[in-house]
Design a protein around this ligand. Sequence first.
Ligand SMILES: [Ca+2]
Ligand SMILES: [Ca+2]
Ligand SMILES: [Ca+2]
Length: 201
Amino acid sequence: MLQDSNITSNIVFIRTFYHESIGRVNGYDAGMPEMDNNCYYLNGNNPQFTDQRPDYEAENMNFTEWQNHVNGEENTLIQNPLLDSEYKLTQNSPCIDAGNNSVSISVDLDNNHRPQGSGIDIGCYEYVINNCSLMGDLSGDEKISVLDLTILLNYLDGNISPGTPPFNSSLECGDLDYNGIVNEADVVIFVNYLAGNKESL
Ligand SMILES: [Ca+2]
Ligand SMILES: [Ca+2]
Ligand SMILES: [Ca+2]
């Protein structure tokens, strides 16, 4: 969550207006929101947090007070997320691989595979470490076949390098679990795919 330094209000603000406006009783939203794996950043200042609900009221908490208040946010960061002009993570962002890996999401807002690297990233965009246009196509013929698996096995045996025919595509096309390493685990995925046990690569 990014907050402009000109905006002085709290970065998270739980208020009661909603209940009052529709006549709901106080305490309808009782208890604390489950919040974690966030990144709060207020340029040049410390973000503040407020809960205005009766029974939970606390104003202008700092992050430690907020963590105690909601009894959570253990894995949340107060750091500059290092975003680019499109609000996407850049190479050294602390949000990379700092998300919640128990969430089952296979693509990000740009339809890129997620997770990539060692885990899911904080935010709606995964930092892309793999730009392969057709995963598994090591021969570069835009098809996936046994030839590609053979190339992968030969590469792992040290017999062939990317860029040397028939290995005409980049090595990242063989990183089928998107963890940044090409190894036996990727072979297992490839074999399962060719055997029909896996719908796509
Ligand atoms: Ca990641
Ligand atoms: Ca191929
Ligand atoms: Ca891999």
